[in-house]
Design a protein around this ligand. Structure first.
Ligand SMILES: *Cc1c(COP(=O)(O)O)cnc(C)c1O
Length: 367
């Protein structure tokens, strides 16, 4: 079976973990500091603050905005539910704008229409490893006085016109097991702002600057050196990993072009895609639906994933929530029914890529 993601750690990781175990410092220590330094370089920001998940990165980035319950965070509904959970945890209200099918991220025109006097934060999600249209979203945020929090959980090292994902506003990353870089569980917030970075560092450690001196209501959002040990060796070969993902994406695009009813993902002009996912969408006229395609691929030994089957707000617990404002997002609703992610990870062999291509062709063309 070809799986949608693949995790394997080399001997370099084993050595790093062993070194941490033997050092006696297993909680937050020098390895977390080293990871922060190197991650800030990757993103191109002055600061990177490590936390214990992508979700807590988003919560912390929103908490330092000091939001009131009526303040609105405007985001995309086509995302992992953590984006929405973090907004609600920060105490603010969530509102949604629709996406474009070309990048699966916020549509700047619809987003502009949904900004109102209560909107305080714009929260784009760089889905599947490609940065949202920041050339349009940043001027919108600036003209309306909005803070920008980027959900870059899937976009480590992605770029937009040469700038790193996570360097436009407060960047929030995840290092969950299936992400391009992993600490098993972990997160990071990136920023150029010295004051905000300082507040985040105090916030993640119980609001404590010096021992038993509390300057704010805090949290325990700390990452451990054991977690950082997993990722330090991965950073050294990350460029090569992205290169493999890019080659795999190119091979899939070449092998699957001209398949009727299938729309392929592409790297848009000016955007450096890191191919966390390779997500195809079936046309409305496709001979079979998405779930049947997934089933046929499975029968041919090819795993796939649905990210995501519904708009994030489209569950009873959010539909009934007083701080979730629901308006139509027809493109997101439609794409959620038609999308399917195929394996694109760096561990795929040429033979496996060929197998994925023939499985998709068989499934659609035999119909
Ligand atoms: C993974 C992910 C998160 C949450 O990260 P965790 O580390 O799992 O908490 C948030 N947003 C998106 C888009 C993600 O893919």
């Amino acid at each position: 079976m070809i799986t949608i993601s693949s995790i394997s750690f080399g001997e370099d990781v084993e050595r790093e973990v062993l070194d941490t175990l033997r050092s006696g410092v297993v909680a937050q220590g020098p390895k977390v500091a080293k990871f922060e330094e190197r991650f800030a370089e990757l993103v191109g920001t002055r600061h990177a603050v490590a936390v214990n998940s992508g979700t807590t990165a988003l919560i912390a980035a929103l908490q330092v905005q000091d939001l009131e319950p009526d303040d609105e965070v405007l985001t995309t509904p086509f995302t992992f539910v953590a984006t929405l959970n973090a907004i609600l945890e920060s105490g603010a209200t969530a509102r949604f704008a629709d996406i474009t099918e070309s990048d699966f991220a916020l549509d700047p025109a619809v987003t502009a229409e949904r900004v109102n006097e209560r909107t305080k934060v714009l929260l784009p999600v760089h889905l599947y490893g490609q940065v949202a249209d920041m050339a349009a979203l940043m001027p919108l945020a600036e003209s309306r006085g909005l803070a920008v929090v980027e959900d870059a959980a899937q976009a480590h090292g992605a770029t937009f016109e040469g700038r790193g994902a996570g360097s436009f506003g407060l960047g929030c990353f995840s290092f969950y097991a299936t992400k391009n870089l992993t600490t098993a569980e972990g997160g990071m917030i990136t920023t150029d702002n010295d004051t905000v970075a300082d507040r985040l560092r105090v916030l993640r450690n119980q609001g404590m600057r010096r021992r038993y001196e509390y300057e704010m209501v805090g949290q325990n959002f700390r990452m451990t050196d054991l977690q950082a040990s997993l990722v330090l060796p991965q950073l050294g070969s990350y460029r090569e990993q992205v290169e493999s993902r890019r080659r795999n994406a190119e091979a899939l695009r070449t092998g699957l072009k001209d398949v009727d009813g299938l729309r392929l993902p592409s790297e848009l002009d000016g955007r450096g895609h890191v191919w966390h996912q390779f997500t195809v969408t079936l046309g409305e006229d496709a001979p079979i639906d998405r779930d049947i395609l997934a089933q046929r691929l499975y029968e041919r030994g090819v795993g796939s994933g649905v990210y995501y089957p519904k708009a994030a707000y489209d569950y009873d617990c959010y539909r009934k929530h007083p701080r979730v404002i629901i308006e139509d997002t027809p493109v997101a609703a439609s794409v959620a029914r038609r999308c399917l992610s195929l394996p694109v990870h760096a561990a795929l062999s040429d033979g496996e890529i060929d197998q994925i291509i023939s499985a998709v062709r068989d499934a659609l063309e035999a119909s």
